[in-house]
Design a protein around this ligand. Sequence first.
Ligand code: ADP
Ligand code: MG
Length: 751
Amino acid sequence: MNAEFDLGLERRIGKRSAAVIEKHLGITTVGGLLNHVPRRYLDRGELTPIADLPMDEDVTLIARVLSTNSRSIAKTQARRALQVTDVVISDESGGTSSSSPHMVASTLKVTFFNGFRAKAELLPGRRAMFSGKVTRFGGALGLTNPDFQLFDDDPEMTGKTPEELAAMPVPVYPATAKLSSWSIQKVVATLLETVDLETLTDPLPRDITAREKFLSLPEAYRLIHTPETSADWPRAQKRFRYQEALVLQTALARRRAEHAGQEATARKPTGNGILAAFDQRLPFTLTAGQLSVGKTLAAELARHHPMNRLLQGEVGSGKTIVALRAMLQVVDAGGQSALLAPTEVLAAQHAISIRRTLGTLARDGMLGGLSEDGVHLTLLTGSMSTAAKKQALLDAASGTAGIVIGTHALLSEHVSFYDLGLIVVDEQHRFGVEQRDALRAKASQPPHLLVMTATPIPRTVAMTVFGDLETSVLDELPAGRAPITTHVVGLTEHPAWWDRIWTRAKEEITAGHQVYVVCPRIGEDDDGDFSPGEAAPPPEGGSTGARELASVTAVVEALALEPALAGVRVAALHGKQDPALKAETMADFAANKINLLVSTTVIEVGVDVPNATMMVLLDSDRFGISQLHQLRGRVGRGGLPGTCLLVTTLEQGHPSRQRLDAVAATTDGFELSRRDLEMRREGDILGASQSGGRSTLNLLRVLKHESIIADAREDAQRIIGADPNLSGHPALAEAINEYLNPEKEAFLERG
Ligand code: ADP
Ligand code: MG
């Protein structure tokens, strides 16, 4: 129906240009090229700061020619001598840069081999645009054989006054090494002359366009590609951003509506089952938040439609109990529950702590069937022995297991359930829409689903990444939590602080409390117990590259020689230890038979020792923000104030050290996860299906455009409420199909 949009490019710009565009950009349709919008706009009157240019990336810049020199290099084997033309270009800044005070480059050496046009055209004093990869030769920045375009005598610009010309922004397209930004610009200009923009159907409903005073679709396409003034392109971007947000939010709203229309088995509370027994034995009173979320979950599980809910809450806010109570309600109603953790270690920890929490209500026996007075808990992970795995699979398939705890292995095809009623996904913010779909497919009827985030997430992320889910928040911590004080300990500036750390630790231990020491590695040659996707990248260009990272083995040895810790009982804990040894160490630590525990991140989740008051994180720059926040949440639990030391050898101001400063500055998990996400790339946040395909404009940024996303969500909800299958909004429906990738679309059709 949007024939013009789907038309082959050759029909509008000719076969040759179309072939070039397809070869270099992979774009074949009119709509594809229209949506290939400039990444940014240069001010024609300004030169591009050379010191700010990124290395080894395709860049487009405006500069003035300082000098041009040519020389011949005689080639022994070649028939002809090679002519080398060296052009020095300048940004006339005198070497200042906004972003990198240390770099003072204000000139760039451009080298052309047999660049006869360069020699003739790039005369001193002329301004030109260059496009290529900036590299470093020795100490100097350089460009080799870049594409270039003179500014002053641009033939395209005829018919404009010099003032008009000067005001025109220069669009910079995402270029490639072989196809410069202005070549794309020329082709797009041709397209805009030949395409019939008026026939394009607008995905934005007319009332929204009118309400927001948005540009019309044809006008927006014209101004985003060929702005006349610097006021034009922001208006065009604004409308396309909203359009993008509305398309995604309508897709999500439609999905929520579809879920609501699905059938699920109702798991009604019985009032006298395991859950009731569990509630009676709870050693504490639930917080108001836990009670109210609990009520919501109980009611949704009792309905004949699948629950699809996200539970987010601060570290230590008690999400596990909430999830466990929901799982018990399902077990009481005769169904099974599955709990999914991101790593094997964390799954095992969950099994241990849930078993402990359930006490005598947890049963491990081989007796078949669900018991009246207890729930059979089964752990299923890839590293278990074949026999144990076989038994676990059998328990899941036969229904013997009331609660199955595992990793993503639970997603594998070999795992089947007797009657899966509820899936809980814990501590995972990288669990995309696709994975959720795979999980739901595990049950014959859609199961209820509860997703719990490791740390609280910004509202816009909840609305996009988890936009297919309803959201609950646990915003209070259980009573008796004391504040945690966090300090960054920079050993490079203060080597003597190493000893201070252990003196401080000894003070805690003397007062009867306990200390965690966390290392990024286990021993000499291993990668530690990082949860995939959680670990921070190695520090860029840091001085620690060659230095050994703190390992559990080495630190235990070093601490034995530390005078301040004489007489202190130290033990090691990590994921590669025998499960029995691990369990014993944890039990000993919980019983205060161990004063100081040196471990990997295995303690991130599940370990709960209220008497622990201090945490020392060694080479803490190796951990991500969310992970540091999680780890720190292990102390300050027993009403005793906690201390967390983020130890690092990175210099002050190092990018990775700024992460530590952020964690030290606040205990607000929402703020920290926002910071964490800001450091990731957009595609990493959204996952494959939501970051958009080739046909989208990609102007929307999840963290930056919160109000746009929120407004679009409201509009989307209203549109779907009134028109569930979008029959009255064909252009919007079509835009959704283009936006979502084929796999996801297939799911939507099935759903
Ligand atoms: P998180 O939300 O980070 O997953 P957990 O579920 O691990 O937090 O809970 C942290 C600790 O708080 C656990 O030891 C749990 O038993 C305890 N806890 C949970 N709810 C309460 C409560 N209402 N009162 C006191 N302690 C609680
Ligand atoms: Mg938890």
